[in-house]
Design a protein around this ligand. Structure first.
Ligand code: ATP
Length: 384
């Protein structure tokens, strides 16, 4: 197993904008790192440069302490698991797993030992004589991983391995990959544009935008401390609400009323003009269900509820609001970039399923203002 270090990696195709633009990233030995971002952000290109399928324009790629820029893919000893698993349909599971060992002319006895060992770990022992067509999607995925394990590769690299599957199978496979990676402890780099995969699989997540790293952090930190509007809008479903806001005393005036800020947040926004306040849907509650003791810790709003969606364990309420054109234009751009329909000028509020709020009526909401984020609308920087 090996660590992967990237130093100022650039990939330039033709004379356009660099596909990967000065990326420096350290992936520790045994770590599960996710590369995530919208289409075209450069994640596949970065993965292909790690494997050696793409030349590096400048910078250093260091695997297991060794610079590999000029090494051919076969000499890097990495194992890439593709979207379609690339299994040979005419070969049995045994021969599919054994394939890389046959290529390297490993003696039969050694092949048998390693394939049996991999099949044991992957719970494929009873399927070794089957052909891929007679396996479930999950089993095929394990065969593909088996091929990676027998080679004793330094790292696993996955390029959107689940994107061709239906939602149910995708969920199962996600759990399977997470379990295997933890069991094997092999350094893993996993590319996806799916934020659920990003949040559930990785030890750390690297968010990319237009070839540049935005933030590298644990899933929890990304969710709770996004560095900018882009990361804040990308992570979380339904997405974070962004409301126009202007400082007012120790608070922020928003279309829903004034949000009281704690001293740290108030100091960060003092003297500022127009801002965007970021509020996750679950920071709101139906005010009538909030404890007396907790009420003073947050802010109260009255608003008219447009639509409600009851989900069993919670419900969403949609609350439209007016915003200046500068803000709506920016939210429109961000939505387009994130390929999200949802960052419109309506707030999405997630409240308890027992709440009695009604569509078309006013309701009172409580907001946990200790959790809100405040963003500079021009740079997108999180000021809090
Ligand atoms: P997706 O999720 O759509 O696969 P991605 O984040 O993996 O996107 P890349 O495939 O790495 O993005 O592409 C990054 C940028 O580089 C894009 O603008 C793409 O058009 C460009 N690009 C990728 N491959 C080539 C190539 N062979 N020649 C020219 N430009 C390329």
């Amino acid at each position: 197993m090996a660590s992967i270090e990237m130093r100022n990696i650039v990939k330039q195709y033709g004379d356009g904008f660099p596909a990967v633009n000065d990326v420096s990233l350290d992936i520790a030995d045994g770590e599960f790192m996710i590369l995530v971002g919208p289409s075209g952000c450069g994640k596949s290109t970065l993965l292909r440069m790690i494997v050696g399928l793409e030349d590096i324009t400048s910078g250093d790629m260091i695997i297991g302490g060794k610079r590999v820029n000029d090494l051919a893919p076969r000499d890097r000893n990495l194992s890439m698991v593709f979207q379609n698993y690339a299994l040979y349909p005419h070969m049995t599971v045994y021969e599919n797993i054994a394939f890389p060992l046959r290529l390297s002319k490993t003696p039969d006895e050694e092949v048998r030992r390693r394939v049996t060992e991999a099949a044991e770990v992957l719970e494929l022992k009873d399927h070794l004589e089957r052909k891929p067509a007679n396996l479930s999607g999950g089993q095929r995925q394990r065969v593909a991983m088996g091929r990676a394990i027998v080679r004793q590769a330094e790292a696993f690299l996955f390029d959107e391995p689940l994107s061709n599957l239906d939602a149910k199978l995708r969920g199962q496979m996600r759990t399977e990959i997470a379990r295997l990676q933890r069991r094997l402890g092999i350094t893993t780099v996993y590319v996806t544009h799916d934020q659920t995969e990003a949040m559930t699989l990785g030890d750390r997540v690297c968010v990319l935008r237009k070839g540049k790293i935005q933030q590298v952090a644990s899933p929890r930190e990304l969710y709770e401390q996004p560095v900018n509007l882009f990361v804040a809008g990308f992570i979380g479903s339904p997405p974070m609400n962004f409301l126009p806001a202007t400082p007012e005393g120790n608070g922020l005036r928003t279309p829903f009323g004034t949000i009281q800020l704690d001293e740290r947040r108030a100091a960060a926004v003092r003297g500022r003009d127009l801002l965007l306040v970021g509020i996750r849907p679950e920071y709101f509650e139906d005010a009538s269900l909030v404890d007396e003791a907790k009420r003073p810790l947050g802010s109260l709003f009255r608003a008219r509820v447009d639509v409600t969606e009851w989900l069993g364990d919670s419900q969403f309420a949609y609350i439209p609001y007016e915003a200046p054109e500068a803000v709506t234009a920016q939210l429109r751009d961000l939505s387009r970039e994130l390929d999200s329909e949802e960052l419109r000028t309506q707030a999405i509020v997630s409240i308890d399923s027992t709440s009695r709020i009604r569509e078309g009526r006013e309701a009172e909401f409580w907001l946990d203002s200790r959790k809100v984020h405040v963003f500079d609308p021009t740079s997108g920087e999180n000021l809090t």
